[in-house]
Write a protein that binds this ligand. Structure first.
Ligand SMILES: Nc1ncnc2c1ncn2[C@@H]1O[C@H](COP(=O)(O)OP(=O)(O)OP(=O)(O)O)[C@@H](O)[C@H]1O
Ligand SMILES: [Mg+2]
Length: 284
């Protein structure tokens, strides 16, 4: 307990320093967005803490029906594994931890990408990944993986429940934070102090190496921007034949001004080379 408290304190101190630095240097083009908990040490009992989370084993058929194909290595997971490798390289090089996935409009494939990426990361032994659903107005993740029950991550963000009650574990090193019910005042919750503290506390306790945040569409709500200061870096998903260049440019500029912008994942490409597409149409 003392270990966790000390880790939370260190994370808070780090965030305070960052905010103060940002205030002192307003002319800087963008803040460094260092991982808030990059300095959090790995708790000696991390394996045991993760093992205590409720385990869930999604059914292959359910996953495949929803285009979630990265649970096993193979040609269908190839593109997600490539994104994983590039992402890990960036995270390690910059000491970042939290990556947000957003898109200009809806239904570009954010949640599908987030789940595939998380499962791909989960195949990396000794790498602990947390996938957290921040699209609180339209929760979808639990249904996509066939998870029943009333787990509600927003309660943890609001400081009303413990993470242990609401996280589930797939395999030994992938945890998911999902929601069952929509949250109408999502922007207020995400902007509030409690949500940031809850994330710091989760990271201090469970010490995930990577945190993937599945965010809402950027142009439809202010939820993503409300939480952007808590994020280290961001990926934008665009859907071929759905997202236009103007939207991509607008979102890229907005994100780059506020966060470390990793780039655009072009999804739903129908016209990839046969050898590149493997039937799932993920371009990068
Ligand atoms: N590469 C793809 N090829 C074909 N269909 C896809 C692809 N990726 C996702 N889809 C489908 O597109 C739909 C939307 O996907 P998903 O829910 O992942 O998008 P989203 O961006 O998270 O949507 P929302 O904005 O509603 O949260 C789903 O039916 C999904 O199966
Ligand atoms: Mg989604």
């Amino acid at each position: 307990m003392d270990f966790i408290q000390a880790a939370i304190e260190r994370a808070r101190e780090e965030r305070r320093r960052r905010t103060e630095n940002a205030r002192e240097a307003p002319a800087r083009p963008r803040s460094p967005h260092k991982a808030t908990v990059a300095n959090v040490e790995t708790p000696p009992d991390r394996d045991a803490l993760w093992a205590e989370l409720t385990e869930f084993q999604p059914r292959d058929k359910r996953l495949e029906r929803n285009l979630i194909v990265s649970q096993r290595a193979g040609p269908q997971a190839k593109h997600f594994d490539m994104i994983r490798t590039r992402l890990l390289h960036q995270l390690r090089a910059n000491n970042w931890r939290r990556v947000a996935i957003t898109s200009p409009g809806s239904a570009c494939g954010k949640t599908t990408l987030a789940l595939n990426l998380a499962l791909s990361l989960g195949r990396q032994p000794d790498l602990y990944t947390l996938l957290a659903e921040f699209d609180l107005r339209r929760p979808a993740m639990a249904d996509l993986i066939g998870l029943g029950g009333g787990r509600q991550f927003s309660n943890v963000l609001a400081g009303d429940a413990s993470a242990e009650e609401h996280l589930i574990r797939i395999g030994s090193n992938l945890a998911l934070a999902t929601n069952r019910r929509p949250v109408p005042d999502a922007a207020e919750l995400l902007q509030g102090v409690k949500a940031g503290l809850a994330m710091d506390a989760i990271e201090a306790k469970f010490a995930p190496d990577v945190v993937i945040c599945d965010m809402p569409p950027l142009l439809l709500t202010d939820d993503t921007m409300a939480f952007i200061d808590q994020i280290d870096c961001v990926l934008l998903v665009a859907a071929a034949e759905r997202t236009n260049m103007e939207e991509i440019e607008k979102c890229s500029a907005e994100l780059a001004a506020r966060c470390n912008f990793l780039g655009v994942v072009l999804n739903k490409c129908r016209y990839l080379e046969r050898s590149e597409s493997y039937g799932y149409g993920y371009g990068y």
